[in-house]
Write a protein that binds this ligand. Sequence first.
Ligand code: ATP
Length: 269
Amino acid sequence: MTMATNMTPSGQEPLLDVRNLETWYGPIAAMQGVNLSVRKGQMVAVLGANGAGKTTLLNTLAGVVDPFKGEVLWQGERIHGLDADAVCRRGLVLVPEGRQIYPFLSVRDNLAMGAFTRKDEAGVREDLARVLGWFPRLREREQQHAGLLSGGEQQMLAIGRAYLARPQLLMLDEPSLGLSPLLTKEIFAIVSRIRSETGTAILVVEQNAAIALAHADDGYIMELGRIVAADSCAALSQKADVREAYLGGHAVQTASGTAQRWKRRRTWR
Ligand code: ATP
């Protein structure tokens, strides 16, 4: 069923429209009242500290966990509650936290696993060549066990594997985790390239706010399971409290409770 859609912070109609989403683990509410949109070809970042609910959000969108409440609309279709493979077949593909590659399979077989839903062999071959072009280091190690790759190379493999599922929306769970600043930069540059060359939309959750805000169009800030700010990344980067809490800026004391809020935020990191 097609629904009327919300507008994104940038004011365009979304591909993905998340409304009032809520997920619990037993008695724990990990995420509540989450509204978020991604439009075609857009890159959206969700920022937040440890335990903010970022992984829960992506796992809920990917069908790994079921929401208790709310809606996930994908091109107008309700997809919340679908199994993970049904979500993947619709073009929402997750690169999970910690990569989760298959260490005892070769790099090439790991990539092939990404295409398990596809029947178009020629298309898969074409996409495989494209991925190996984006990640020459994977080409060099194609026949090696994936477990022998460095952390950065495993992240490249996880992204390449996800691309072989032919996503319309690539969801990345903390791609910078455990990587050096240089490798993080490299990964984000390739993700931006994937987006510009293929029109794939990107939804990335990150603790590294600076790099995510530098690459994404719109950003959301998540705190204790809720979205507390949503705007274009350019605007978020200028906000004093965002700079203070996420970008290492200097706090400017203002009236009525703002300083107190920062104090609480500072304890996150
Ligand atoms: P991180 O950056 O550390 O991965 P996050 O922002 O991704 O954090 P989540 O992993 O989504 O946050 O966790 C949100 C909340 O839900 C936390 O309080 C966490 O302890 C809790 N939580 C996550 N997974 C489970 C689970 N399987 N069972 C119970 N509680 C969970």
